[in-house]
Design a protein around this ligand. Structure first.
Ligand SMILES: NC(=O)c1ccc[n+]([C@@H]2O[C@H](COP(=O)([O-])OP(=O)(O)OC[C@H]3O[C@@H](n4cnc5c(N)ncnc54)[C@H](OP(=O)(O)O)[C@@H]3O)[C@@H](O)[C@H]2O)c1
Length: 196
């Protein structure tokens, strides 16, 4: 049976994915704040985690961050959460060899924001953090440390979506996003998923 670890299941896509995995009968584990904070490197992972065979790196943050009102603190928080925090978690799980199996690692990424020039102008750091995470996933893929899946989501209707931004195009529900991720978890030969 699959044992799936999902980060950030308190709301949004992670919450829907957690319920879906439970309904499918998977042994489903969650990592959430305050015990697990991607910005805090001092958390410890329980021993049972060694049986995990699928990890969904879902937790992430977004904040409007245009260069016009650049905030160092805000930008650092986004990079620490979306990029460095995920790198550290993979390091703790995979490189420190806590796992009994070679895990499937699913990266939740964002469709190319260059397709939304007006949106991109408002959120440089988020876009950069997700591109950095994608690059990290590619490096892992190339080093054959693990089996990697990249899921490129379009905009999804969660708390993260800031409707005051100039949004155009397709918007998925959190349930639809969770179903896409589930398809990827169950797929055998799908290296990445772009719903566009
Ligand atoms: N919504 C979109 O349009 C969209 C599009 C493409 C990709 N994505 C990606 O999809 C993923 C989920 O996003 P969402 O839309 O479901 O967002 P969301 O509703 O804001 O949920 C984010 C989740 O991540 C957790 N989280 C945030 N910062 C954290 C930290 N420092 N440490 C641990 N957990 C943290 C949150 O926990 P708390 O409850 O503690 O805050 C929450 O559980 C993100 O990686 C996001 O970049 C979203």
């Amino acid at each position: 049976m699959k044992t799936i670890l999902i980060t950030g299941t308190t709301k949004g896509i992670g919450k829907k994915l957690f319920s879906l995995c439970k309904r499918k009968g998977y042994n489903t584990l969650a990592l959430n704040r305050p015990k697990f904070d991607l910005k805090n490197p001092n958390y410890t992972l329980p021993r049972i985690y060694k049986n995990i065979n699928t990890i969904v790196l879902n937790a992430g943050t977004f904040s409007r961050d245009s260069l016009r009102e650049f905030s160092f603190k805000l930008s650092r928080g986004i990079l620490e959460t979306n990029l460095i925090g995920n790198m550290l978690l993979v390091h703790k799980l995979v490189t420190e060899k806590r796992l009994a199996f070679e895990p499937l690692i699913v990266f939740i990424l964002t469709e190319d924001l260059l397709r939304h020039p007006s949106l991109l102008q408002e959120e440089y750091t988020y876009a950069i953090s997700k591109k950095g995470l994608e690059y990290f996933a590619t490096l892992l893929e190339n080093s054959l440390v693990s089996r990697i899946r990249k899921v490129y989501l379009p905009l999804v209707d969660t708390q993260m979506l800031d409707y005051s931004l100039p949004i155009t195009g397709e918007i998925l529900s959190a349930e639809q996003a969770a179903e896409i991720i589930m398809e990827v978890i169950n797929g055998t030969d799908l290296p990445s998923y772009r719903p566009i």
